[in-house]
Design a protein around this ligand. Structure first.
Ligand SMILES: [Mg+2]
Length: 261
Protein backbone atom coordinates (compact mmCIF):
# COMPACT_ATOMS: atom_id res chain seq x y z
CA UNK A 1 0.00 0.00 0.00
CA UNK A 2 1.45 3.33 -1.09
CA UNK A 3 1.16 6.60 0.81
CA UNK A 4 -2.22 8.08 0.03
CA UNK A 5 -2.11 11.67 1.18
CA UNK A 6 0.20 14.56 1.90
CA UNK A 7 0.12 16.12 5.36
CA UNK A 8 0.74 19.84 5.63
CA UNK A 9 1.39 21.81 8.81
CA UNK A 10 0.50 25.51 8.53
CA UNK A 11 0.62 25.00 4.77
CA UNK A 12 4.14 23.50 4.74
CA UNK A 13 4.28 19.98 3.24
CA UNK A 14 5.48 17.35 5.73
CA UNK A 15 5.36 14.30 3.49
CA UNK A 16 3.14 11.53 2.20
CA UNK A 17 1.55 9.12 4.65
CA UNK A 18 -0.48 5.93 4.79
CA UNK A 19 -1.51 6.27 8.40
CA UNK A 20 -1.70 8.64 11.36
CA UNK A 21 -1.52 7.27 14.91
CA UNK A 22 -3.00 9.44 17.67
CA UNK A 23 -2.36 9.45 21.40
CA UNK A 24 -5.66 9.88 23.30
CA UNK A 25 -5.27 11.72 26.64
CA UNK A 26 -4.26 15.33 26.11
CA UNK A 27 -4.22 14.83 22.33
CA UNK A 28 -7.63 13.58 21.14
CA UNK A 29 -9.25 13.96 24.54
CA UNK A 30 -9.46 17.11 26.62
CA UNK A 31 -8.65 15.13 29.76
CA UNK A 32 -7.73 17.95 32.14
CA UNK A 33 -11.15 18.55 33.80
CA UNK A 34 -11.55 14.84 34.57
CA UNK A 35 -7.98 14.60 35.92
CA UNK A 36 -8.45 17.72 38.07
CA UNK A 37 -11.61 16.15 39.52
CA UNK A 38 -9.82 12.85 40.12
CA UNK A 39 -6.81 14.52 41.80
CA UNK A 40 -9.06 16.66 43.99
CA UNK A 41 -11.17 13.63 44.99
CA UNK A 42 -7.99 11.80 45.99
CA UNK A 43 -6.72 14.83 47.93
CA UNK A 44 -10.01 15.21 49.83
CA UNK A 45 -10.03 11.51 50.67
CA UNK A 46 -6.43 11.76 51.93
CA UNK A 47 -7.17 14.83 54.08
CA UNK A 48 -10.01 12.98 55.79
CA UNK A 49 -7.47 10.37 56.93
CA UNK A 50 -5.28 12.73 58.99
CA UNK A 51 -5.75 15.10 61.93
CA UNK A 52 -6.61 18.73 61.17
CA UNK A 53 -3.10 19.87 62.17
CA UNK A 54 -1.57 17.90 59.27
CA UNK A 55 -4.06 18.82 56.56
CA UNK A 56 -2.48 21.99 55.13
CA UNK A 57 0.92 20.29 54.80
CA UNK A 58 -0.56 17.12 53.34
CA UNK A 59 -2.54 19.13 50.75
CA UNK A 60 0.63 20.96 49.74
CA UNK A 61 2.58 17.70 49.45
CA UNK A 62 -0.14 16.02 47.39
CA UNK A 63 -0.68 18.98 45.06
CA UNK A 64 3.05 19.05 44.40
CA UNK A 65 3.32 15.30 43.94
CA UNK A 66 0.27 15.12 41.65
CA UNK A 67 1.17 18.20 39.58
CA UNK A 68 -2.32 19.53 40.33
CA UNK A 69 -2.42 23.16 41.48
CA UNK A 70 -4.66 26.17 40.94
CA UNK A 71 -7.14 24.23 38.83
CA UNK A 72 -4.46 23.06 36.40
CA UNK A 73 -2.71 19.79 35.72
CA UNK A 74 1.01 19.78 34.88
CA UNK A 75 1.12 17.91 31.53
CA UNK A 76 4.43 16.34 32.59
CA UNK A 77 3.23 15.54 36.13
CA UNK A 78 2.34 12.22 37.66
CA UNK A 79 -1.43 12.63 37.31
CA UNK A 80 -1.09 13.37 33.60
CA UNK A 81 1.45 10.78 32.50
CA UNK A 82 2.01 8.11 35.13
CA UNK A 83 0.24 4.87 35.91
CA UNK A 84 -2.26 4.45 38.72
CA UNK A 85 0.36 2.52 40.71
CA UNK A 86 2.86 5.39 40.49
CA UNK A 87 0.16 7.80 41.70
CA UNK A 88 -0.61 5.46 44.58
CA UNK A 89 3.04 5.27 45.65
CA UNK A 90 3.30 9.08 45.49
CA UNK A 91 0.24 9.31 47.74
CA UNK A 92 1.67 6.88 50.26
CA UNK A 93 4.93 8.88 50.24
CA UNK A 94 3.01 12.05 51.13
CA UNK A 95 1.29 10.17 53.99
CA UNK A 96 4.71 9.02 55.21
CA UNK A 97 5.92 12.63 55.19
CA UNK A 98 3.20 13.62 57.67
CA UNK A 99 4.18 10.83 60.03
CA UNK A 100 2.44 7.58 59.00
CA UNK A 101 4.46 4.38 58.95
CA UNK A 102 4.92 2.91 55.47
CA UNK A 103 2.59 -0.11 55.77
CA UNK A 104 -0.19 2.12 57.08
CA UNK A 105 0.51 4.80 54.43
CA UNK A 106 0.33 2.22 51.64
CA UNK A 107 -2.76 0.53 53.03
CA UNK A 108 -4.69 3.80 53.37
CA UNK A 109 -3.64 4.86 49.86
CA UNK A 110 -4.92 1.59 48.36
CA UNK A 111 -8.27 1.87 50.12
CA UNK A 112 -8.90 5.48 49.17
CA UNK A 113 -7.80 4.95 45.55
CA UNK A 114 -10.32 2.12 45.26
CA UNK A 115 -13.12 4.35 46.51
CA UNK A 116 -12.24 7.52 44.57
CA UNK A 117 -11.51 5.68 41.31
CA UNK A 118 -14.86 3.87 41.50
CA UNK A 119 -16.59 7.26 41.75
CA UNK A 120 -14.49 8.81 38.95
CA UNK A 121 -15.03 5.75 36.74
CA UNK A 122 -18.76 6.26 36.69
CA UNK A 123 -18.33 8.90 33.94
CA UNK A 124 -15.82 7.31 31.56
CA UNK A 125 -17.04 9.12 28.47
CA UNK A 126 -17.30 12.59 30.00
CA UNK A 127 -14.12 13.98 28.41
CA UNK A 128 -14.59 16.30 25.44
CA UNK A 129 -12.53 16.09 22.29
CA UNK A 130 -9.83 18.67 21.75
CA UNK A 131 -11.06 21.55 19.59
CA UNK A 132 -11.31 20.77 15.89
CA UNK A 133 -10.46 17.07 16.18
CA UNK A 134 -13.56 15.65 14.48
CA UNK A 135 -13.25 17.67 11.23
CA UNK A 136 -9.59 16.61 10.93
CA UNK A 137 -10.37 12.92 11.44
CA UNK A 138 -13.17 13.11 8.87
CA UNK A 139 -10.85 14.82 6.37
CA UNK A 140 -8.06 12.26 6.89
CA UNK A 141 -10.47 9.34 6.63
CA UNK A 142 -11.99 10.76 3.45
CA UNK A 143 -8.48 11.04 1.96
CA UNK A 144 -7.96 7.31 2.63
CA UNK A 145 -5.51 7.72 5.52
CA UNK A 146 -5.63 4.84 8.02
CA UNK A 147 -6.26 6.20 11.54
CA UNK A 148 -5.31 4.50 14.81
CA UNK A 149 -5.33 5.32 18.53
CA UNK A 150 -2.31 4.33 20.65
CA UNK A 151 -2.93 5.00 24.32
CA UNK A 152 -2.20 3.68 27.80
CA UNK A 153 -5.92 3.82 28.62
CA UNK A 154 -7.80 0.51 28.54
CA UNK A 155 -9.47 -0.52 25.25
CA UNK A 156 -12.88 -0.06 26.86
CA UNK A 157 -12.13 3.53 27.86
CA UNK A 158 -10.87 4.37 24.37
CA UNK A 159 -13.92 2.81 22.70
CA UNK A 160 -16.26 4.68 25.04
CA UNK A 161 -14.54 7.99 24.32
CA UNK A 162 -14.68 7.44 20.55
CA UNK A 163 -18.30 6.30 20.47
CA UNK A 164 -19.40 9.16 22.77
CA UNK A 165 -18.28 11.53 20.01
CA UNK A 166 -19.28 9.43 16.99
CA UNK A 167 -15.64 9.00 15.98
CA UNK A 168 -15.33 5.20 16.07
CA UNK A 169 -16.23 4.84 12.37
CA UNK A 170 -13.10 6.79 11.40
CA UNK A 171 -10.69 4.75 13.56
CA UNK A 172 -9.29 1.55 12.00
CA UNK A 173 -7.63 0.18 15.15
CA UNK A 174 -6.67 0.64 18.80
CA UNK A 175 -3.47 -0.20 20.69
CA UNK A 176 -4.19 0.14 24.42
CA UNK A 177 -2.85 -0.78 27.84
CA UNK A 178 -4.49 -4.17 27.20
CA UNK A 179 -1.95 -4.87 24.43
CA UNK A 180 1.65 -6.01 24.84
CA UNK A 181 4.03 -4.32 24.70
CA UNK A 182 2.39 -1.09 25.83
CA UNK A 183 3.48 2.48 25.11
CA UNK A 184 6.16 3.81 25.16
CA UNK A 185 7.92 0.65 23.92
CA UNK A 186 8.73 1.31 20.23
CA UNK A 187 7.69 -2.28 19.48
CA UNK A 188 4.15 -1.24 20.36
CA UNK A 189 4.22 0.98 17.26
CA UNK A 190 5.56 -1.85 15.08
CA UNK A 191 2.95 -4.35 16.28
CA UNK A 192 0.21 -1.76 15.85
CA UNK A 193 1.34 -0.91 12.29
CA UNK A 194 1.30 -4.63 11.46
CA UNK A 195 -2.21 -4.90 12.87
CA UNK A 196 -3.30 -1.92 10.75
CA UNK A 197 -1.51 -3.29 7.66
CA UNK A 198 0.62 -0.16 7.18
CA UNK A 199 4.35 0.47 6.81
CA UNK A 200 5.90 2.36 9.78
CA UNK A 201 8.08 4.24 7.27
CA UNK A 202 4.96 5.99 5.97
CA UNK A 203 3.24 6.79 9.27
CA UNK A 204 2.89 9.86 11.45
CA UNK A 205 2.33 9.82 15.20
CA UNK A 206 0.83 12.73 17.13
CA UNK A 207 1.10 13.00 20.92
CA UNK A 208 1.36 15.50 23.75
CA UNK A 209 4.22 13.86 25.69
CA UNK A 210 7.94 13.47 25.09
CA UNK A 211 7.54 9.74 25.70
CA UNK A 212 5.11 9.46 22.74
CA UNK A 213 7.41 11.33 20.38
CA UNK A 214 10.59 9.56 21.49
CA UNK A 215 8.79 6.24 20.93
CA UNK A 216 7.79 7.29 17.41
CA UNK A 217 11.36 8.30 16.55
CA UNK A 218 12.77 5.06 18.00
CA UNK A 219 10.23 3.10 15.96
CA UNK A 220 11.49 4.77 12.79
CA UNK A 221 8.39 6.81 12.01
CA UNK A 222 9.26 9.76 9.77
CA UNK A 223 6.80 12.12 11.44
CA UNK A 224 6.53 12.64 15.24
CA UNK A 225 4.35 15.67 15.86
CA UNK A 226 3.74 17.32 19.23
CA UNK A 227 0.24 18.51 20.10
CA UNK A 228 0.18 21.38 22.60
CA UNK A 229 -3.47 22.47 22.96
CA UNK A 230 -4.74 19.69 25.23
CA UNK A 231 -3.88 21.40 28.53
CA UNK A 232 -4.31 24.84 30.13
CA UNK A 233 -0.53 24.75 30.71
CA UNK A 234 1.21 24.00 27.41
CA UNK A 235 3.33 20.83 27.51
CA UNK A 236 7.06 21.55 27.47
CA UNK A 237 8.28 19.12 24.83
CA UNK A 238 12.01 18.49 24.90
CA UNK A 239 12.76 17.24 21.40
CA UNK A 240 13.03 19.22 18.18
CA UNK A 241 9.58 18.15 17.05
CA UNK A 242 7.16 20.10 14.93
CA UNK A 243 4.27 21.31 17.06
CA UNK A 244 0.55 21.56 16.40
CA UNK A 245 -1.16 24.31 18.41
CA UNK A 246 -4.61 23.76 16.86
CA UNK A 247 -5.93 20.92 14.72
CA UNK A 248 -6.83 23.40 11.96
CA UNK A 249 -3.06 23.85 11.37
CA UNK A 250 -2.86 20.29 10.03
CA UNK A 251 -4.34 19.74 6.58
CA UNK A 252 -4.44 16.76 4.26
CA UNK A 253 -4.20 16.64 0.49
CA UNK A 254 -5.19 13.40 -1.19
CA UNK A 255 -2.92 11.97 -3.85
CA UNK A 256 -3.90 12.80 -7.40
CA UNK A 257 -3.08 9.62 -9.39
CA UNK A 258 -2.45 11.73 -12.50
CA UNK A 259 -0.11 14.13 -10.74
CA UNK A 260 1.18 12.60 -7.50
CA UNK A 261 3.73 15.34 -6.82
MG1 LIG B 1 -1.20 12.01 26.18
Amino acid sequence: MAPVAQLRLKGVPLGWVQAVLFDKDGTMSHSEPRLIALAEARIQACLSQVSSGHRARLRDLLEGAYGARDGRIDPAGITAVASRMHNLIATATAFAQVGLGWPEALNRSEILFDSTDAAAGSEPAAAQTTEGLAPLLIELDRAGVVLGVISNDQTRGIEQFLSAHGLERHIRGIWSADHQPAKPNPMAVHHFCAQLGVDPATCALIGDADSDLAMAVAAGLPHALGYTAGWATKPRLAGQHLLIDHWSELTVHAADPANPA
